[in-house]
Write a protein that binds this ligand. Structure first.
Ligand code: SF4
Length: 448
């Protein structure tokens, strides 16, 4: 480690073959004071999970800045309603902070309920509401009784924890929505729910199509391209598959406990993980014919893509990648994808990774790879330079950093415009990495 890194942060940074101070990497904790974390706030964590529900109304109870910060936060695509593209706010001002904002919230719900006849409203209580103590739950309960619709409070004061706490609150809100639709003990459970995919660039549609091809029904998608009517069917599924474990594992565990629906972690990033995930679901839910179809499908796609990737290998072999993403499971899939391309992962970090995920990461990277939890821009800059990364894979907050350093960048988060998941995503990802990493522009940057 070197200058510019806070002493207290060193427990959350490790080089595989050197380890770090402490037993394993320090993770899954509040950010260190003074370290400008790349994480978002609790409210943002809750909103990213719930926002893709396409026919839900999202009221942000707080100052307008909170609503603006998360407006249209994901590029999640819809096959139906576009209501979720709007952001509604109570726009709290000084007077509301002094005298309370509950009346303003009730008026906002009244306005939406009378103008739009919604089925589902989420109310997000932000930092200042946590401070002044508006009884958001009571306002939502009154509105539910008055309009006979669902009005679900999400008490997500930004200061009340980490972004992961926001995911948990979103999972609780989902349970509040679907709990009343629990099936009777004797009812038949069929098909899968897909949890933790947000249909950022149509990936949910790709995955649904794979299951259709092999004969497995998708009951509910949580929350990419979801609607009120599809979500309330979720308790009837026989299996939950969890793509983004960081945001949705808590919901999967609650559904197992309350509805007796088992879950499995899956990943639809990269050839290896996509094929393995489809096969595991087929074995768990399907009969011999489903397994046979899944085998034929995954083998056909894998061999097609391996040939495709061979063409790109000479361009990519020996390049060096840095990864900084939200969750550990995605980082693991990306490392595997880079291995398939012949690219070495030299730096890898996550915002909310867990201990077991960091153990897997450690087992699949090279001895000198730097692993970071909850990094800040200064640390990322230091290690990207030190390890001479050719490309950074991250999200919107990491993009300017890469460009300032004269390093190629690939957005693997909210703002991507083409699918990077599923088999189609392997093609898109490989092409994008090749184009970015081998662009002649970087030679000019070096010359400057
Ligand atoms: S930290 Fe608080 S004030 Fe800032 S966006 Fe989050 S909820 Fe709003």
């Amino acid at each position: 480690m070197s200058d510019g890194i806070l002493e207290v942060r060193k427990k959350s940074i490790m080089v595989k073959n050197l380890g770090c101070s402490g037993k394993g990497i320090d993770c899954d904790k509040a950010s260190v004071s003074g370290s400008v974390s790349q994480r978002a706030c609790v409210y943002c964590g809750a909103r990213v999970v719930l926002n893709p529900i396409t026919d839900a109304f999202h009221i942000v109870h707080g100052p307008i800045g909170c609503a603006s910060y998360t407006w249209d936060i994901r590029g999640s695509l819809s096959s139906g309603s576009e209501i979720y593209r709007n952001s509604f706010s109570t726009d709290l001002r000084e007077e509301d902070i002094i005298f309370g904002g509950a009346k303003k919230l009730a008026a906002a719900i009244d306005e939406i309920a009378t103008k739009y006849s919604p089925k589902l409203i989420f109310v997000y209580a932000t930092c200042i509401v946590g401070v002044i103590g508006d009884d958001v739950e009571a306002v939502c309960k009154n509105a539910e009784e008055k309009y006979k619709i669902r009005v679900i409070p999400v008490k997500a004061a930004g200061f009340s924890g980490t972004k992961r706490q926001g995911y948990k609150l979103a999972c609780n809100a989902m349970m509040q929505l679907i709990r009343p639709h629990k099936l009777s003990e004797k009812a038949l459970h069929n098909g899968v729910n897909i949890l933790g995919d947000f249909n950022l660039a149509g990936e949910m549609w790709l995955i649904k199509n794979y299951f259709k091809k092999i004969g497995i029904e998708v009951v509910s998608t949580i929350t990419g391209d979801a609607s009120y009517e599809t979500l309330i069917k979720a308790p009837s599924a026989a299996l939950n598959i969890v793509q983004c474990a960081g945001s949705s594992m808590y919901l999967a565990k609650m559904m197992e406990e309350e509805f007796d629906i088992p879950f499995m972690k899956v990943s639809f990033f990269g050839i290896e993980d996509t094929s393995a995930s489809i096969m595991r679901v087929a074995h768990m839910l399907g009969d011999a014919s489903v397994v046979e179809k899944a085998e034929a499908f995954t083998q056909r796609e894998s061999s097609r893509l391996r040939k495709f990737m061979e063409k790109y290998r000479p361009n990519l072999e020996g390049k060096r990648a840095a990864i900084y993403v939200g969750g550990g499971f995605k980082a693991i899939s990306l490392i595997r994808q880079f291995n398939e391309m012949g690219i070495k992962t030299v730096v890898v970090g996550t915002q909310t990774g867990k201990k077991d995920e960091y153990e897997v990461i450690q087992s699949i990277v090279n001895d000198d790879t730097v692993i970071l939890d909850d990094a800040n821009p200064a640390e990322l800059e230091f290690f990207i330079k030190q390890k001479k990364a050719d490309i950074l894979v991250g999200g919107v907050k990491e993009r300017p950093l890469a460009y300032k350093l004269g390093v190629a960048f690939c957005d693997h988060n909210h703002e991507r415009k083409h699918a990077l998941g599923g088999y189609e995503g392997v093609e898109n990802f490989t092409k994008e990495i090749n184009l970015s990493i081998n662009s002649p522009v970087w030679e000019y940057m070096t010359a400057i």
